[in-house]
Design a binder for this molecule. Structure first.
Ligand SMILES: Nc1ncnc2c1ncn2[C@@H]1O[C@H](COP(=O)(O)OP(=O)(O)OP(=O)(O)O)[C@@H](O)[C@H]1O
Length: 478
């Protein structure tokens, strides 16, 4: 829609809402303070001067506004609207409802064209509402730049991530980070979010795994809440999308993501995407989407060299106040070469074993622990189905019992151990593991992982069970 068309549509919608006796002159006057900024991907963008007007339009007046828009034939493409706060906005309509006889559009001043937003400094974000809502951003506290070790394998990705956080939508947009499982992509995504929030207190950030995006999209359709879904993802300044490869073959979710991406990109909002492969190698994606992924900057993360692995372990040991000799960290780092999650997991097991046995961590102890941990080469992946069948077998349960809803202590613990092992031994994401266990939520898997990691350090029986099971599973995979 052209700017003029958008203004005409908004003027007409405003008149219709103000003529509605249920709205009343006071609210009508507030509505008249909104200025249309443009339409993109089905979304009408309105700017208002303050939070109060924003809340009124997005809250009480939303149904009347939507139904007024729905009555306007030229407004067919508008599916929803977002209100942004811009203190400099010049209301185009005389707020006095008595003035309704003249068309608001007639005395509308010339507005900033939609693309003018592109030059707005990012530290003056347009949208200020809900900016401080930390939970909304879904960032993990642990993953920050200061806990990320820079090495040859990730130097470029790290630099690009910092650049994007310091100048969202001005450095590289989108930033596409790819690499094998467990090499730090998720860590970098969260770190970008945290750092950007530190630099720009008003910035709205949202982290989402592509599986959560898919589930959210499906639920929004099932519950008739498409508009809320669009608003949720299209009203952020920085969208961090993890593991995009999981959108493979999901045509409708891809379409929704495509529109989200376009809206954000068109409005100069930053998108960062991670994947296990580069765009060209993503299967089951439309070409138009793959080419967009390449618009900005592509960067990979590679397997870290020995020095970086040692530095990662050292940092982790410091953070957890573990007293471990450098020579031991070097030894562990030399045994686990390809996945940092596995490397960290080993350190946790070593410290758990030491604390359970009240021993100092020395080389003999480390060797005892490591002899139970068989490393597999690339061709011998652990299959989640093996983890499940072997865990069921080990605890003398049927597979159905392990999947099922029973909360009996023994079954629940066995299930949590199986979830823990899926997370530790396979590249599956939390939502994927949740799906595998009868459609459970990813937070259940997260809880299971955390709980078992804790129990390993506290209870010898759990430590032994997890270690024995790991050995059996890995032996089976060779
Ligand atoms: N350079 C690094 N410095 C410190 N910790 C790191 C580094 N790289 C990875 N890690 C740690 O390794 C673990 C796995 O990293 P992360 O989850 O980010 O990997 P990923 O590449 O996103 O894996 P996946 O594709 O399986 O989701 C995390 O605990 C993370 O903090």
């Amino acid at each position: 829609m052209t700017e003029d068309e958008v203004e005409r549509v908004w003027a007409e919608a405003t008149r219709a809402v103000m003529a509605n006796p249920a709205v009343g002159p006071a609210k009508g006057a507030q509505l008249a303070l909104a200025v249309p900024r443009g339409v993109g991907a089905g979304m009408l963008y309105l700017a208002v001067q303050n939070e109060f007007t924003l809340k009124l339009l997005e809250g009480q007046l939303r149904p009347s506004i939507m139904s007024a828009i729905a009555q306007i034939p030229e407004a067919q493409e508008i599916e929803n609207f977002i209100v942004l706060v811009d203190p400099d906005v010049q209301p185009s309509i005389d707020p006095d409802p008595g003035d309704l006889k003249s068309s608001p559009a007639q005395h509308a001043p010339v507005h900033e064209p939609l693309h003018a937003e592109a030059v707005r400094p990012v530290n003056e974000p347009l949208a200020r509402h809900r900016a401080s809502d930390e939970a909304d951003s879904r960032l993990n506290e642990k993953y920050r730049f200061d806990s990320f070790v820079i090495g040859q394998s990730n130097r470029f990705a790290h630099a690009a991530a910092v650049a994007v956080a310091e100048a969202p939508a001005r450095a590289y947009n989108p930033l596409f980070i790819y690499g094998d499982s467990g090499l730090g992509k998720t860590h970098l995504l969260h770190a970008i979010g945290h750092y950007a929030r530190e630099l720009f207190s008003e910035i709205r950030v949202r982290y989402v795994s592509s599986e959560d995006f898919t589930n959210d999209f499906i639920n929004s359709i099932a519950n008739n809440q498409g508009a809320a879904f669009h608003t949720r993802y299209r009203s952020v300044d920085l969208l961090l999308v993890d593991d995009i490869q999981f959108l493979e073959g999901k045509a409708e979710t891809q379409e929704a993501f495509f529109h989200t991406f376009n809206t954000l990109h068109d409005h100069n909002k930053q998108v960062v995407i991670t994947s296990d492969v580069q765009p060209k190698q993503l299967r089951g994606f439309e070409e138009r989407m793959l080419s967009r992924f390449e618009w900005g900057l592509l960067t990979d993360i590679q397997v870290p060299d020995l020095e970086t692995r040692i530095a990662i372990l050292r940092k982790k040991a410091q953070r957890e106040s573990l007293e471990i000799d450098d020579s031991i960290l070097e030894f562990i780092a030399s045994k686990f070469t390809s996945n940092i999650r596995e490397l960290e997991g080993t350190l946790i097991r070593v410290t758990a074993f030491a604390s359970l046995n009240q021993q100092r961590i020395d080389m003999t102890l480390v060797q005892t622990v490591l002899k139970d941990l068989i490393t597999l080469d690339e061709d011998n992946e652990v299959q989640p189905s093996d983890i499940i069948s072997r865990t069921a077998d080990y605890f003398d349960l049927s597979i159905d019992e392990l999947y099922g809803p029973s909360r009996a202590q023994q079954i629940a613990t066995a299930r949590q151990i199986a979830m823990y092992l899926c997370r530790e031994l396979t590249p599956l994401s939390l939502p994927k593991i949740g799906q595998l266990f009868g459609g459970r939520d990813h937070t259940t898997v997260m809880y299971a992982h955390k709980k078992i990691a804790q129990l390993i350090a506290e209870r010898r029986s759990i430590y032994n069970q997890v270690t024995e099971l790991t050995t059996r599973i890995k032996q089976g995979s060779r």
